[in-house]
Design a protein around this ligand. Structure first.
Ligand code: CDP
Ligand code: MG
Length: 816
């Protein structure tokens, strides 16, 4: 049942040229099936949904309208028209016949578990049922999502169905992006955002219903919400909780809330057509290539119908997208179907996400290349074929090394089944699994391991502490994390200065919890290298520290926030295969001799300096991803607001841009930058002026004249990232300072191949392929380690230990 295009209002061809007067009744009253086939025109559209033959055509009322008025529809009329189309469509969803039962059960029970196949209508319909049942009168209806991209697209869709502009009745709230108003009644939000609400309102009094959607994904944040809601329900008899999930784990959820008598499980029947599965005969070493072959084969051999490809992450998605574009050029000119690759991943801007949901025009086959966001969170119509690499990107925390990393791992059987199922939602389909049948049975786990059992719990524990959950070991959880991981989290937070010796939140910890950032980055941004007050310090020393924080130079904090913002976005650089050399040259022009962190700042500031009008061209010329940088720009503005709110003074990112040149100088420590050799490129003439001055400064600073500003900046970052450091050993290999793990500088780093190699590295990421690489790396002065983290790397000498909070001349004695 291909949908009417759910895209932005402006993109939608009006199905009828007259204002369809909306009866504004419950959608069932005006059911009309014709929208579906008419809007899509896909040859593959089968009558998947039985439609009563008696339903009047939806354009019927339009014929009665006066024909003399050819004026284009107003925005409001368009919006209504669209709403009515969507409502007719949603009335055909499997869930719609269960509306009254669902509402009745929710009225009777504080918690209800609702289970149904993906695409049955849970997420888009239940919030509207709640709204119609007047749950919006007593508070906001929150719908949590594990993923930002899902929160946005679902809010868009439901907002259209309700017939109001996004951010009015229906809004969303995700990290760094709030789209709602006081009138908002249905709010899609990431689970992390709802968790943050506990910081300010422990009983969530603003909300009348909390819908925990995609509960089967078992993100750590959803798991925490389970526990918190469990506690709140005891205090708020009026609060309702709806747990929604694909067909996994329902009994455990119900048991957690007291079993079926207190928390019934409702099943929504789905429609699932047969999907023929194909496995590889031999395992593949290159799943991107295998996916390319599979897609091309499907495209050439199979009837029209869109293809959905599951890839682990953005990088792989973009590679396949490019390869598909190249391959499809090789098809004969008269090939009847055009191939249209469309990426879908969390960081994709909303304007592009919309394209995925729009029906392909006639003669075009969409190939949606997605992360597991398309597994259950969003439903895309028109899919007939699935290609599954069998991989998913997961955050894995290694308690042995204390480091968290993002890894591509085999999916679980449950996830593989979900993926396959995407091909059979509307008609029989086919699924190409890019692994062997033997491997499926032997190597795939039954279910995905809940995140809480494999993650770095530091920011989770920090948030729990901030919410006031002190007895973490007795907090109700569906699955309890291993003791080792909890211990690690406590140690990490203690080292950062968030926790006191008695494991209570310190003032710094409290501040850090208010930042939507990894604790390490939050600390860097807050302290900017200012020393903490001595442990168990008096009120006076805490005051001195507060003053020290507030007196950090605003430019310094602004630049730290710029780097933090850049670290929060993905894929800053892109290196097209066909222009690799040019891209590399561009990268070298922007490179700072100290390493990748200041380079990222260079990119951000140069982008800003190019001015709104030239920014895109500047980005293209320099092979950086304008989308990512614009996103970082946004994040920086938001961080400025959070900083101000936290009493850290006012930052003006715009004035900061003027001062950026200072920080582009090379390197920390006297050995830094000597051989980076970027100076030679200083005069390259096709660089816009802003970038040129960057290059020149990089060049001129190479040598024995380190810029104190760059040093301050790196030192400030180190005050958060000191646990992510590595030292060069005698054998010429880097070992991480804490876990003593062998690591190598990633080839994408500006420090890669530098000679002589830096003695000490600070890094933002560990990537494990054949070797363990550090990515986003800067050279630092090893002496700073003891300065910024005396608890870890040294001790303040007796004479300075008693002096309060000023790191000015604290002499240190490294432990080793
Ligand atoms: O939550 P669940 O998987 O049960 O289904 P849903 O997300 O509520 O989707 C119900 C229907 O809405 C499906 O037919 C989707 O294709 C459609 N939908 C859409 O066309 N565009 C969206 N952005 C979201 C949903
Ligand atoms: Mg859903």
């Amino acid at each position: 049942m291909p949908a009417a295009p759910p895209g932005a209002v402006g993109n939608v061809p009006a199905p009828a040229p007259a204002p369809a007067p909306a009866p504004a009744l419950a959608p069932v009253d005006a059911a009309g099936p014709t929208v579906a086939t008419q809007a899509a025109g896909l040859a593959s559209a089968p009558p998947a949904v039985a439609v009563p033959a008696t339903v009047p055509a939806i354009v019927a009322p339009a014929r009665d309208a006066p024909a003399k008025d050819p004026q284009p529809l107003t925005e409001k009329q368009l919006m209504r028209q669209k709403r009515d189309n969507l409502r007719r469509e949603s009335a055909l969803l499997p869930i719609s016949s269960a509306e009254s039962i669902i509402i009745d059960q929710i009225r009777k029970h504080q918690v209800v578990v609702l289970v149904g196949e993906t695409g049955s209508g849970k997420t888009t319909q239940v919030p509207q049922y709640l709204l119609r049942a007047e749950f919006g009168k007593t508070g906001v209806i929150a719908v949590t999502q594990p993923r930002r991209v899902a929160a946005i697209t679902l809010a868009q869709r439901v907002s259209e169905e309700v017939g109001t502009r996004l951010g009015h009745r229906v809004g969303y709230s995700i990290r760094f992006d709030e789209c709602s108003s006081p009138g908002t009644r249905i709010k899609f939000m990431t689970d992390g955002m709802l968790l943050r609400e506990f910081l300010s309102d422990a009983d969530l009094t603003k909300y009348s219903v909390i819908v925990l959607d995609e509960a089967h994904e078992r993100t750590v944040r959803t798991d925490l919400l389970f526990g918190l809601l469990h506690q709140i329900l005891a205090r708020r008899a009026d609060l309702r909780v709806v747990v929604m999930s694909a067909t996994i784990d329902a009994e455990r959820f119900s048991a957690f809330f007291g079993g079926p008598s207190r928390c019934p499980i409702l099943f929504v029947e789905g429609r699932q057509h047969q999907v023929v599965q194909y496995f590889l005969e031999q395992p593949t070493g290159d799943y991107i290539d295998a996916a390319l072959v599979a897609v091309m084969q499907l495209h050439v051999d199979e009837a029209p119908g869109d293809i959905l490809v599951f890839m682990p992450g953005q990088e792989e998605i973009e590679s396949l997208e490019k390869m598909l574009i190249e391959q499809s050029r090789l098809l004969p000119a008269n090939f009847p179907l055009q191939l249209l690759p469309l990426p879908l991943y969390a960081a994709l801007p909303p304007s592009q996400q919309v394209l995925v949901f729009q029906p392909a025009p006639a003669g075009v086959r969409k190939v949606i290349i997605s992360t597991n966001v398309a597994e259950t969170s969003v439903t895309i119509n028109g899919i007939r074929y699935v290609v599954d690499t069998g991989f998913v990107k997961q955050r894995i925390f290694d308690p042995a090394t204390g480091v968290e990393r993002l890894e591509s791992l085999p999916v679980s059987k449950a996830a593989a089944r979900q993926r396959t199922g995407r091909a059979g939602r509307e008609a029989p389909g086919k699924a190409y699994r890019l692994f062997t049948e033997e491997s499926y049975h032997k190597n795939l786990a039954e279910n995905t391991v809940p995140e809480i059992l494999r993650t770095n719990l530091a920011s989770v524990v920090l948030q729990m502490k901030a919410i006031g959950i002190d007895a973490i070991h007795t907090f109700p959880l569906i699955d309890r994390p291993p003791l080792g991981a909890l211990k690690n989290a406590f140690e990490h937070l203690y080292a950062l200065g968030c926790l006191s010796d008695s494991a209570h939140l310190t003032p710094l910890g409290r501040k850090m919890a208010s930042f939507p950032l990894d604790p390490m980055l939050a600390k860097a941004l807050i302290t900017c290298g200012a020393a903490e007050p001595p442990a168990g310090g008096s009120g006076a020393s805490a005051d001195a520290w507060t003053r020290a924080l507030a007196s950090v130079a605003p430019e310094l904090r602004s630049h730290v926030s710029g780097i933090v913002a850049m670290l929060s976005v993905e894929n800053v650089f892109h290196t097209p295969l066909e222009a690799r050399e040019k891209a590399n040259r561009a990268r070298r022009r922007l490179a700072a001799a100290s390493g990748d962190h200041v380079t990222l700042l260079n990119v951000l500031r140069s982008f800003g300096a190019a001015g709104a009008r030239n920014a895109r061209k500047w980005a293209d010329d320099n092979f950086v991803n304008a989308r990512s940088i614009a996103q970082a720009n946004d994040i920086e503005l938001q961080l400025a607001r959070v900083c101000e709110h936290a009493g850290l003074g006012v930052i003006h990112p715009t004035t900061a841009a003027a001062g950026y040149r200072e920080f582009n100088r090379a390197a920390a420590g006297s050995s830094a930058g000597r051989s980076a050799g970027f100076g030679a490129l200083a005069g390259v003439s096709d660089v816009p002026s802003a970038a040129r001055s960057v290059a020149m400064l990089n060049g001129s600073a190479v040598g024995d004249n380190p810029s104190p500003e760059a040093a301050d900046l790196l030192r400030a970052l180190l005050s958060g990232l000191f646990q992510n450091t590595a030292l060069l050993e005698k054998d010429g290999v880097y070992r991480t300072t804490i876990s003593r793990q062998r690591v190598f500088i990633h080839p994408s780093s500006v420090l890669f191949g530098k000679s002589p190699p830096p003695r000490c590295l600070m890094f933002s990421e560990l990537v494990e392929t054949k070797k363990t690489y550090v990515k986003t790396v800067s050279e630092i002065d090893p002496a700073w380690l003891a300065e910024v983290a005396p608890k870890y790397f040294g001790r303040l000498s007796p004479s300075t230990a008693s002096s309060q909070g000023d790191d000015g001349d604290a002499s240190t004695t490294p432990r080793k």
